[in-house]
Design a protein around this ligand. Structure first.
Ligand code: MN
Length: 231
């Protein structure tokens, strides 16, 4: 047994739907700019390839959770995204080999301190403060691909206080899931436990304390979280 000098941090994990089991999270990778309409609403160049950023594994918030309104921002945005959970990894994975590495799927929200993200972008600084804060990755229970297959079309939407804000379809992704895994594996060695948030459709908007977010990725899952008071 390893002698750690402090108690090791708790393993981040996501419940598996309908079971008492959990998927252990190693890293959270996110795809930027993967739906044309969202690129347009952000005023970015839709011809550029997508890029990746990361969140810490412990940014996960389970279904039914409360995310305290984060510090330093006045412009907290929701981005609903399909989540892909890997059971194996590799480097320079070919798109045709990528689906075999997927354990399952969920739906998540890439919460974003938009004002801080844009300020970082303007100063050519890293995005962590805008993207990788505590509670920034709410995620539904996961379902195994062995049950649902590999979804590549279907409605993905998000409601705030019952009003639909984002409404897209997985088939609108610019880079599909196998291409995304392949591309990311050129940059880092992927491993079991890595999850990927696959980009958001248009309709992102600002949140406030008390807002209830409900989202669904058809055939994959649903997620409900509440924005709480600032800590
Ligand atoms: Mn996103």
């Amino acid at each position: 047994m390893t002698d750690f000098v402090i108690t090791p941090p708790k393993q981040a994990a996501i419940p598996v739907k309908g079971t008492k089991t959990f998927f252990p999270v190693r890293r959270i990778w996110c795809v930027g700019r993967n739906y044309v309409e969202h690129i347009r609403e952000m005023g970015q160049d839709e011809r550029k390839p997508p890029f990746f950023f990361a969140k810490p594994a412990d940014a996960i918030v389970a279904d039914g959770g409360v995310v305290p309104y984060p510090s330093l921002t006045n412009d907290l945005h929701h981005e609903v995204e399909m989540v892909v959970a890997l059971k194996a990894g590799g480097i320079r994975i070919k798109p045709e080999a990528a689906l075999d590495l997927i354990w399952g799927y969920g739906v998540g929200i890439d919460l974003t301190r938009r004002d801080l993200q844009i300020a970082s972008r303007k100063q050519e600084r890293p995005w962590e403060i805008g993207k990788a804060f505590d509670g920034s990755a709410p995620c539904s229970d996961l379902v195994p691909a062995s049950q649902i297959g590999h979804p590549n079309r279907g409605r993905i939407y998000l409601k705030v206080n019952g009003e639909v804000k984002q409404d897209g379809d997985l088939e609108q992704m610019i880079w599909n899931v196998p291409e995304t895994i392949s591309k990311l594996s050129e940059m880092v060695a992927l491993e079991a436990g890595d999850i990927i948030m696959t980009g958001t459709p248009a309709g992102v908007s600002a949140l406030k304390a008390g807002d209830v977010l409900e989202c669904e990725c058809a055939g994959v899952g649903t997620l409900k979280v509440t924005i709480g008071k600032a800590l």
